[in-house]
Ligand binder design. Structure first.
Ligand code: B12
Length: 802
């Protein structure tokens, strides 16, 4: 029986932990467990069999880390082949009488994807594709993508599974205690993206015990229409006497999971720390539970790499500013490849209150596909708003949909057959909420009646492509009233009828209505109010327009959606400045205190080019070191605090670091270089395990400036490399930097090694987490709280040696 058919009426049991059992059998730390398929086949087959005997329906092959980044293609082939054979043999040998399937297990690549790592998205797809192809070749029943901590990598894996097989795919993510993935996604964002891309079951595994994951699972059950799976750890692991221990007993595990199966979890198993005893207790304890019927959820939703936006009760604002139409400055930016201008527009619209950003970069003179992909990739590194991808070129649309990290809005399809035939397959493959324009080969019907008919035609065609009604949002087209005095009336009637008669959501590009009229904002805002009152779900609009925001917030208040009028009062308080209506960072400014705070802003927002240009102008009024201490460091501190509070995620942190580096490069270029032959050598490095090097680079810059010969060993530097270099140069001074509590022990190790091999060498240490006391406790000679202190100490050492 096909597993997807079985799941329609039954609940399904997965297996439990593999790694912990293999360690008990003698697997060494650092050894690839997947090689045991070849070297210890009896052990692997035995583990599978134990789970099947305990009642599992599905065993996952021992291929979690089997990929071409870790194994040669030949070895990968034999590892996957053996893995599947062993799982199949276990099914034949098992005493169990339940239905059984073999899943190809796929875990993360072990590398981070760009922009916060070095693995390109398409390369990640290729890595997963290779493993999937072998799974298909050796005959698995389904694919199980699990323990994914990053939404982008999850998307790459699911895309590979879909492109290289027709097998059912289950996708499971590993959530932290904050209920989010490591790179920031919440369960709703993952549910919408994965279901949109056609996963057959979704949910969570690893990281925590069943109870701690109940909040995450509740969200999955709320938002998804497909079966939800849960494969938790036997509790949060802790280390005891050097060994990893899990506290949740089989009985407790079964109790906690059974409560969640009662609530609707349909697929259950165990992850780290669980054993056949946990699975036996689980199947025993939950046998009597009748699986809840799957209910179709009708959320019209999109998502970004952090969160989802649902088109439900509150109307959604879609920022229209990333679009060259009628904007000279924007066209210039596109022609000059000025991506920072586009990113600035994205950030400013978010600050003004947009919920989603429309992205249109179509211009005849440029390669639209290339620019659209670039804009989408870079925008999602500086803003966490979902994007509406807006292009008439299906090839550009597909390229952007591939690279989008979430469930996007697709702008747009029309009732023309050609349009539907080119866009619907893309929406089906990549997922997305499609904006459907009510026009077809005969043009735009004048009447609301005609537009509703086209909407019905679009829905019927979407159905043929397997696209659900909830994934279509209609744009009944705001036409210029100056050309047709009934244009607004018919469009407003269409909004109402589509909402009421078809039960669909609507969106309008509001500004068109006033085309050709004076004081456009007045009539546009009034039209917006009327449309909202007729049930409009979303508007593509200008978030910088004070008039539009006034209408929006007033409407929210008047329609009873504004608790204590807080949103309206916030608007009222901001009115004098909002009324200026211009985006920040747009006009060229004099280098003043204003630009100084502007530098902090662009660094926190991760805008590289603006960071460099503002620094350049600031250098004419401020000394370089004050720019570092008054602007760059406070900006990075702000981002660091955000990171700690989980308001900023890794991509944001990384973009800010890049922007700080650009500022720093300008500062370096502006500082006179010292005479490097005058003073002694200083070896500097960030210690092993730590890749933070901005502070260390500042130390280097200053030391060089004061005439020291600096040998920079870079970051993540092993103690031996540092000691060898000091010995080789007979250097009298070394500077070590560490920024994380987890890497200070490696600083201590380095100090010890230096004391052994280079007892003459003075050691200075620094970095945000260090203190004077700690520095003394690990035997360093000096702690420098900033780069200037490193120079003072170096001067002392120099005077002693010269
Ligand atoms: C930028 C940044 C990054 C960038 C680094 C880019 C780069 N090329 O350096 C990126 C995005 C890559 C990054 C990654 C990570 N980061 Co980070 N990062 C930061 C951030 C925001 C700023 C650090 C910085 O550059 N500050 C500015 C410089 C100028 O300050 P500084 O280094 O302290 O240097 C000054 C002095 O200390 C001194 N000094 C420095 N070195 C030396 C050496 C000597 C000899 C002397 C005398 C003086 C001296 O002089 C300098 C100038 O005056 C901090 C938060 C913060 N406010 O510190 C987090 C922070 C350090 N990161 C953190 C974390 C957790 C991480 C990650 C683990 C995140 C993750 N989940 O993957 C990874 C780490 C990967 C790794 N293995 O190292 C945590 C560390 C928590 C902790 N206490 O252990 C912090 C504190 C953020 C937080 N609040 O949670 N990060």
């Amino acid at each position: 029986m096909k597993i997807t058919d079985y799941l329609k009426t039954e609940k399904l049991y997965l297996d439990g932990g593999m790694g912990t059992l293999l360690q008990a059998e003698g697997l060494h730390p650092g050894e690839l467990p997947e090689r045991w398929n070849i070297t210890h086949p009896d052990v692997i087959r035995g583990v599978h069999r134990a789970y099947l005997d305990a009642g599992s329906n599905v065993v996952s092959t021992n291929t979690f880390g089997a990929n071409i980044l870790k194994l040669s293609i030949e070895e990968l082939d034999s590892v996957v082949c053996a893995a599947i054979r062993l799982a199949r043999e276990a099914c034949e040998e098992s005493v169990g009488t339940q239905e059984m399937w073999v899943a190809l297990d796929i875990g993360p690549t072990g590398r981070m994807l760009k922009p916060y790592g070095d693995l390109d998205f398409e390369d990640a797809v290729k890595v997963f594709s290779k493993t999937v192809e072998l799974g298909v070749k050796y005959g698995v029943d389904l694919i199980f993508i699990e323990t994914m901590q990053d939404s982008y990598e999850t998307k790459a894996a699911l895309l590979a599974a879909k492109e290289c097989s027709t097998l059912p795919v289950f996708v499971s993510n590993a959530y932290g205690e904050d209920g989010k993935l490591m790179t920031g996604a919440d369960p709703a964002a993952m549910a919408f993206m994965l279901e949109g891309m056609g996963a057959d079951a979704i949910g969570a595994n690893c990281s925590l015990g069943p109870k701690a994951l109940s909040g995450v699972i509740g969200e999955y059950l709320k938002y998804s229409s497909i079966p939800v799976l849960l494969k938790p750890n036997a509790g949060l692991p802790r280390v005891e006497g050097g060994a990893t221990v899990y506290d949740v007993s089989p009985e407790e595990f079964a109790d906690e999971l059974s409560a969640l199966m009662e609530k609707g979890v349909r697929i259950a198993g165990g992850c780290c720390g669980t054993t056949p005893a946990h699975i036996a207790a689980l199947t025993e304890r939950t046998r009597g539970i009748t699986p809840a019927t799957l209910t179709k959820k009708d959320f019209a939703a999109v998502s970004s790499y952090t969160h989802a936006v649902c088109f439900a009760d509150t109307p959604i604002l879609i920022g229209e500013r990333i679009n060259p139409t009628g904007k000279k400055r924007f066209k210039e930016a596109l022609k000059n490849n000025d991506i920072d201008y586009i990113l600035g527009e994205g950030i400013a619209q978010q600050e003004k209150g947009a919920h989603i950003l429309d992205v249109n970069v179509g211009l005849p003179e440029i390669d639209e596909k290339e620019m659209l992909v670039r804009a989408v990739c870079e925008l999602q590194a500086v803003t966490d708003l979902p994007l509406q991808i807006d292009t008439a070129d299906p090839a550009a649309m597909e390229a952007a949909l591939r690279r989008y990290n979430g469930k996007p809005m697709i702008n747009s399809v029309s009732g023309k057959r050609e349009s539907m035939d080119s866009i619907f397959p893309l929406a089906k493959k990549y997922g997305g909420l499609i904006v459907a324009l009510t026009l077809d080969e005969s043009g735009i019907p004048e009447s609301a009646e005609g537009r509703v008919l086209i909407a019905k035609k679009i829905l019927a065609c979407a159905k043929e492509y397997g696209i659900d009604k909830k994934d279509i949002i209609f744009d009944p087209l705001a036409m210029a009233v100056s050309a047709d005095k009934f244009a607004a009336r018919e469009t407003l009637a269409s909004v109402e009828r589509i909402t009421r008669e078809l039960g669909c959501k609507t969106s309008l590009g509001i500004s068109n209505v006033s085309f050709g009229l004076p004081s456009r904002e007045v009539i546009t805002a009034t039209y917006f109010a009327l449309a909202l009152d007729r049930g409009l779900s979303a508007a593509i609009m200008n978030p910088y327009s004070a008039e539009m925001m006034k209408v929006y917030r007033s409407y929210i208040a008047l329609s009873g959606r504004d608790e204590n009028f807080s949103s309206y009062i916030e608007l009222a308080q901001s009115l004098p400045s909002t009324a200026l209506g211009t985006p920040t960072g747009d006009a060229a400014k004099e280098p003043t205190e204003q630009s100084a705070s502007e530098l902090q802003r662009v660094i926190t927002k991760g805008l590289k080019e603006q960071s460099a240009s503002i620094t350049r102008s600031l250098l004419s009024v401020k000394d370089p070191l004050s720019i570092v201490s008054d602007e760059i460091i406070p900006a990075l501190d702000t981002v660091g605090v955000g990171f700690e509070k989980k308001t900023v995620y890794l991509p944001g942190l990384l973009m800010s670091a890049e922007a700080a580096k650009c500022a720093f490069e300008e500062i370096k270029a502006a500082m006179p270089s010292g005479d490097a032959n005058k003073k002694c050598s200083v070896v500097i490095a960030t210690v092993k395990g730590d890749i933070h090097d901005i502070g260390k680079n500042i130390v280097k810059l200053l030391l060089e400036n004061y005439g020291f010969k600096v040998v920079d060993l870079g970051r993540d530097t092993p103690p031996e490399v540092i000691a060898d270099k000091v010995v080789e140069l007979k250097a009298p001074l070394v500077g070590l930097s560490a920024l994380m509590t987890t890497t200070v022990p490696s600083m201590e190790k380095t100090v010890k090694l230096l004391r052994e091999h280079a007892p003459w060498c003075k050691i200075m240490v620094g970095g945000a987490v260090l203190t004077k006391e700690y520095a003394a406790s690990i035997g360093a000679d000096f702690y420098g709280k900033d780069a200037m202190e490193s120079v003072r100490f170096a001067e002392k050492v120099n005077n002693m040696t010269m």
